[in-house]
Every structure is written in C-alpha cells, then in structure tokens.
Design a protein around this ligand. Structure first.
Ligand code: XLS
Ligand code: CA
Ligand code: CA
Length: 439
C-alpha cells in the first residue's frame, strides 16, 4: 500500500544526545518509571481535528498546510485518505490512541440520515485499521459548535429543534464511540454560554444542558458504554462567557445536577490558563475531587491570551502536570494532543516534529516529576508545614470535633499566636530547578 508520509520512517528513540529531528530524545516507550513503562503513564492520543483536518486557516488568511492526502476534500474518498494518513502517522510515532468529533471523520451532508450513513461507513473502515495496528479510540465527541445551527448553543439553545439535533448528534457519536471501544465521551460546551444576559435565561439553559447530559448517560449506559463521560472546562472563546468556566465550576455543575457518578474532567492546559489559573491548578482541583479523568495536552501563549492550542513545549509545565497526575494515581482516560503546528509550520515533517515535541516534553515531564517525588523535599516540606494539626487539638479540628468556644478559649490562653512559619516558596522553586537542570 502506498504511504502518505513515504519520506518519513518510524520514529526511533535515540536519547538526549541525538540531533536527529525525527527521533525521540526522551520518550522511550518501554522505559520504566515508578514501576510502569512510559507508554502506560502517557496514553497519548492524536486529535483527528488538528492533525488530519486543520490546515492553518486563521481570521486573516486561508490554510497553509495541504491536508488533502491525495484525495478531493469533501468526498468519502478524502475521509478514507484521512484515515490512512492518521493511522500511518500514529503508527510511525508510536501513538496508540485517537480522539474525534463526528464531523472530523466525514463531510456533513444536508440530511442527518446521510451523514450518519457516512459515519457508519468510515468507522467500519477505521475498525479494520484499528485491528491491524492495535491503535485504539481514546474518546469521541460531537461537534456542536461549528455549524450555524448552534449559534445559540446546543444544550443551551433557545430552539427545541436545534436541541433535538444536538441530541441526535450525541446519540450517534456515542454509538460510534462504543463501536470503536472508546474510553471516554467528551462534552466541550463551546457555545454553551452567552454573549449578553439581556437575552439569556441562564438557569433555564443550564437545566437544559444537564437534562441533555442525563439523556446521554442513560443512552450510553443502555448501549453498553462503560467508559467515562467528561466535561472539558473553558471560560470563553467562542462565547464571551462559557458555563463550564473552569474545573471548580464544572465540578459544581455535575454535582448540582446529579451527574457526578458518571462524569469526570478533561483538563486542557490552554483552557486553564484562559481561566486565569495554572494548568496545575485545574488538575489539582479535579484530582482532589476524584475527577481527574483526562488531559488535553497542549499549551497556550500567555502573551497572546487566546486558545492557540500549541504543542506542549514547556517542561516546567509538563513536569508540574505529571507531578499532579502521578500523585493522583494516573489518568482514567488519557492524554490527547489537542494541538496544532503553527501556521508557518505547514509540512508533513512539521506534523511529525510537532508530535515529537509534545511526546518528548511529556516524557521529560514524567521523568522529572518522578524525580521530584522520589527526592521528597517538596512532600517533606508540605507535610511539615501542616504538622501543627497533628496535635490533639489539631486532630479535633480535622475531625470536626472541635467547637468555636473551645478554640476561642485556646486563643485567650495564648494571648497571640506565633507567626505560622515561612512558606519558603523561593527555596521550593530552587528545588524544582535543581531537579529539572541537574546533569
Ligand atoms: C476547543 C476544544 C475542543 C474540545 C473537543 O477549544 O478544545 O477541541 O477538546 O470538542
Ligand atoms: Ca480541547
Ligand atoms: Ca483549546
């Protein structure tokens, strides 16, 4: 069979000394870190939309990358060519999973029945490729934000007909996710929000979104979906205000509407920073609530301030991300490269080099996070910082046994407390640098 990326062979691991652009310097799939091979710590996935569909179009100009893969865009032949290209790329990179939206896979027809028929056809083809390569589906989703019908949202739309259409797309995307054995199903509410409260009934819209999610859970479980439903928080873009603003907001939402047994979070780095948080913050919020399900592995550019979806390149960030993931006992679902090369990086080699950058950044982050944990200075300091609560009184406070009067009496007795001890932030930042940059 003809290769799409014939000039590029399988990407080897060559180690940190290698200067070969098409080799891994840190990602060594079988290398064992804290008892598990890297490939299990890092269940990477290719994002169908960025890698196989996006051409680099922006507000000021058309695409620069050719994603025709030898076929005419808008045809089923092209849909198949994307499958061939995607599986070849994943195989050569050693990426073992992919994520998709319904409309990433096939051109949408005027009638949903025809779109669904096309989706059946393409996923039959994908299943053959999945068997041949042992590449799996990480998660699926429905695109409920691009088509003009979703201008006022999907679950939050003011139109019953649009709401039904969203339901139909979710139903089909769940069918496909189950058909391909996906581990997760994602809701990213790109247009589930508002531009102005002058025309919006926020409570009504949020209740409708929750009802739609309940219907999805009922249907998914009925057809045998055993995986995890995920909400992917994002504060804004495309809407001025999105309802699932950040992890804390989305967790509150799933709890309020009784969806917390089925849902976890899919945390995207770029979305956390758009919300004014660090990536580590939203991972920690999810983890302490038992909802760290999956990660969209990318990065934004703080100087630009919008959703640039860059391949992860900052090892400080990937280290702190993997630190949270290791401490949480791993991810339920996986790490999806919701990332695209820059518009001027338009060649096939760029597509490979971008994924290599992302995989190496995370591999290095994993190595360094494991070293931070094994080093123990951070953990030791945090333990020491709260040691006062190991006293009898501290324990009573922790278990809810203490009363306000009792504590006030203690305050009376002491007159005034000692200062609570230095936070030693600069020392701890030095520890991180020491681990990151030791020879
Ligand atoms: C867009 C989102 C989207 C979701 C899936 O900002 O990141 O790509 O991951 O719908
Ligand atoms: Ca995403
Ligand atoms: Ca994004």
């Amino acid at each position: 069979m003809n290769e799409v990326f014939g000039s590029i062979s399988s990407i080897p691991y060559e180690g940190p000394q290698s200067k070969n652009a098409l080799a891994f310097k840190y990602y060594d799939a079988e290398r064992v870190i804290m008892g598990k091979p890297m490939k299990e710590h890092l269940p990477f996935a290719m994002a169908w939309w960025h890698t196989l569909v996006a051409t680099g179009t922006d507000m000021f100009g058309p695409g620069t990358a050719d994603k025709s893969f030898g076929a005419k865009p808008g045809t089923m032949e092209h849909a198949k060519a994307k499958v061939d290209a995607g599986f070849e790329l994943m195989k050569k990179l050693g990426i073992r999973n992919f994520c998709f939206h319904d409309v990433d896979l096939v051109p949408e027809a005027d009638d949903i029945k025809e779109t669904n028929r096309r989706l059946d056809e393409i996923t039959d083809y994908m299943l053959i490729k999945m068997k041949e390569t042992d590449i799996q589906c990480l998660w699926g989703t429905a695109n409920m934000f691009s088509n003009p019908r979703f201008m006022n949202g999907a679950g939050s739309s003011n139109s019953v007909d649009v709401y039904c259409f969203a339901a139909a797309q979710i139903k089909k995307a769940l069918d496909l996710t189950v058909k391909m054995g996906g581990k997760g199903y994602v809701f990213w509410g790109g247009r589930e929000g508002y531009e102005t409260l002058l025309n919006t009934d926020m409570k009504f819209e949020q209740e409708n979104i929750a009802n739609l999610m309940h219907m999805a859970v009922d249907y998914g479980r009925k057809i045998g979906f055993k995986g995890t439903f995920l909400i992917e928080p994002k504060p804004k873009e495309p809407m001025k205000h999105q309802y699932d603003y950040d992890a804390a907001t989305a967790i509150g939402f799933v709890r309020q509407y009784g969806l917390d047994k089925d849902f976890m979070m899919n945390i995207e780095a770029n979305h956390a920073t758009l919300a004014g948080h660090t990536f580590q913050h939203d991972l920690r919020v999810s983890a302490i609530n038992g909802m760290l399900g999956s990660v969209d592995a990318n990065t934004g550019d703080l100087l630009l301030g919008w959703d640039t979806d860059e391949f992860p390149n900052n090892v400080y960030d990937t280290t702190l991300c993997m630190y949270e993931i290791l401490k949480a006992g791993g991810l339920k679902v996986g790490l999806n490269f919701d990332a695209k090369p820059r518009r001027a990086s338009y060649t096939a080699a760029d597509l490979f080099e971008a994924h290599i950058l992302g995989m190496d950044s995370f591999a290095l982050g994993l190595i360094k996070a494991a070293q931070l944990i094994e080093d123990g200075r951070l953990d030791g300091f945090v333990k020491e910082r709260y040691a006062g609560f190991e006293s009898d009184l501290g324990r009573q406070i922790r278990t809810g046994a203490a009363t306000l009067e009792q504590l006030a009496k203690r305050a009376d007795e002491m007159g005034r407390p000692d200062l609570p001890g230095s936070g030693r932030q600069e020392y701890l930042e030095g520890v991180v640098n020491n681990i990151l940059f030791q020879g």
